[in-house]
Design a protein around this ligand. Structure first.
Ligand SMILES: Cc1cc2nc3c(=O)[nH]c(=O)nc-3n(C[C@H](O)[C@H](O)[C@H](O)COP(=O)(O)OP(=O)(O)OC[C@H]3O[C@@H](n4cnc5c(N)ncnc54)[C@H](O)[C@@H]3O)c2cc1C
Length: 446
């Protein structure tokens, strides 16, 4: 960026957009910049990726850079930011089963190595001050997760310095911090398209009601909806992930509420301890593609169309459920892990949308073609935990500044890619559960 913009328009009020808006207010460089944040739904948007009962907060990554960044975020979650139940340091237990994929094993082993060697967490039993408890066999896993009553896995580890956040409460807290600065104009408004000028610049956005909002710099932070506004084919796309919830009794809440969160690599499912009598079970999967043919977003009047995967949520289809394979997957998993819940009806289900990239690195960069456009997306199912720190890092990239060695490494990871993935939809190469290649409509039709 050659000069500081006098106006910045941020589109999308999830972790990436809201975090960035707040971080801009904290930088002296932007003290005279007008900042506008647009969100299509009343905040907090209930179908956004960043809004849910819970998200896992962990530094357990096989990639040391994300591990370090997560450790920075965790420090903040443990303070005021995570107070009043916004963050719960329950621990996170990662387990392997009998038939894990090589990717799944590598994910767990790499994570353990990083938190031990790069973050220096102490191995040992929790009662003896251990921060990491390595679980060598089924009996050791059972000692941790026996209260679930079912099969629990063959080996794994617990990181007692990880936990989970009340996702909606965390985002609402960030919004309060942002509001308190008095520097941001918050608007509930949906953009229809970006305003492309001469094929070389972006000047703001047109809203669905026909108004325009102009700005020197536009930051696109629309999560899984982003492929609607710029051509992200082969770079990032929406993949639908399955969430299911079960009501639990007071006794079950007490019994399961003290467990660590569980990431089960053999199924690709995870369980977050119950919040207010509701337990969440979900799949970290390859997800569903929801392929749509849309006018080319950068040349809407050209007649050219492209195929991209975009979210379909309860906003689009009232009462939208999940495909039969998802119900069956959740049921099988819960029956094996918490048999008491095997026949209990779901209290609700949801398809929540990741913005997947080929290797799960985020996409945070100036657009290579359009002046005045910056992109902050590509969360790939792991962005939430960084809520307290992501905005600062986005602003560093915006200013092309590296505050530290980690910043320089992250900036490289988040760069606009030189090559696009071959297919329209991204089936990530990262470790995931479930099947690869599921198309949402085909799965609903089965
Ligand atoms: C099921 C699921 C589980 C996850 N679990 C974890 C976890 O355990 N730990 C973790 O760290 N991360 C997790 N993640 C990932 C994390 O939640 C995301 O990476 C992060 O929330 C993405 O934030 P975002 O700002 O990119 O997207 P979003 O939160 O989706 O925000 C984008 C915003 O843009 C708005 N928008 C879209 N179109 C328009 C428009 N036309 N005009 C105006 N506004 C618009 C949307 O309404 C939305 O509010 C999970 C994600 C999902 C879906």
């Amino acid at each position: 960026m050659s000069s500081i913009p006098s106006s910045i328009l941020i589109v999308g009020s999830g972790v990436f957009g809201l975090g960035t808006a707040y971080a801009l207010t904290q930088r002296p460089e932007f003290k005279d910049t007008k900042i506008t944040l647009l969100e299509r739904l009343q905040f907090p948007a209930h179908d956004a990726s960043s809004v849910d009962s819970s998200r896992i907060i962990r530094a357990d990554y096989p990639d040391a850079a994300y591990s370090r960044l997560a450790a920075e975020a965790l420090q903040i979650w443990r303070g005021d930011f995570g107070a009043d139940g916004r963050y719960n340091e329950s621990g996170l237990c990662i387990v392997l089963g009998k038939s894990d994929s090589e990717l799944g094993k590598a994910y767990m082993e790499g994570s353990l190595k990083n938190v031990q060697e790069k973050l220096g967490l102490k191995v040992g039993r929790r009662e003896e001050g251990g921060q990491l408890t390595v679980l060598e066999n089924e009996a050791a896993v059972k000692e941790i997760l026996g209260s679930m009553g079912g099969e629990v896995g063959q080996s794994g580890y617990v990181n007692w310095t990880s936990g989970w956040a009340n996702a909606e409460a965390g985002l609402t807290h960030m919004r309060k911090l942002a509001e308190a600065t008095g520097r941001i104009e918050f608007r509930t408004a949906e953009i229809k398209r970006l305003l492309f000028e001469d094929g070389s610049a972006v000047e703001g956005a047109e809203l669905v009601d026909g108004q325009t909002v102009k700005a020197d710099l536009t930051i696109l932070a629309t999560g899984a909806w982003s492929p609607k506004f710029i051509d992200l084919r082969g770079i990032a796309s929406a993949s639908g992930q399955v969430l299911s919830y079960f009501k639990v009794s007071k006794e079950e809440q007490a019994r399961l509420g003290g467990n660590p969160a569980l990431l089960d690599e053999s199924y690709g499912f995870y369980i977050i301890p119950p919040l207010e009598g509701e337990l969440k079970i979900a799949r970290h999967g390859y997800g569903y593609a929801n392929l749509q043919t849309i006018p080319h977003p950068e040349r809407p009047d050209s007649g050219e169309t492209i195929i991209v995967s975009l979210p379909r949520t309860k906003e689009d289809v009232h009462g939208l459920g999940v495909p039969p394979e998802a119900e069956q997957g959740c049921r099988e998993f819960v029956a094996s892990r918490i048999p008491d819940l095997a026949d209990r009806p779901f209290s609700k289900t949801r398809i929540c949308w990741y913005t997947d990239t080929p290797n799960s690195d985020w996409l945070i960069d100036h657009h290579p073609k359009y002046n005045g456009l910056f992109v902050a997306t590509g969360g790939s199912g792991h962005g939430y935990k960084f809520l307290p720190v992501i905005g600062e890092r986005v602003v560093d990239v915006l200013l092309r500044q590296d505050r530290d060695e980690l910043g320089a490494e992250l900036r490289k990871k988040w760069k606009w890619p030189e090559k696009r993935h071959a297919s329209d939809h991204i089936w990530t190469d990262d470790w995931r559960g479930g099947r690869k290649g599921m198309i949402l409509d085909e799965e609903f039709a089965k």
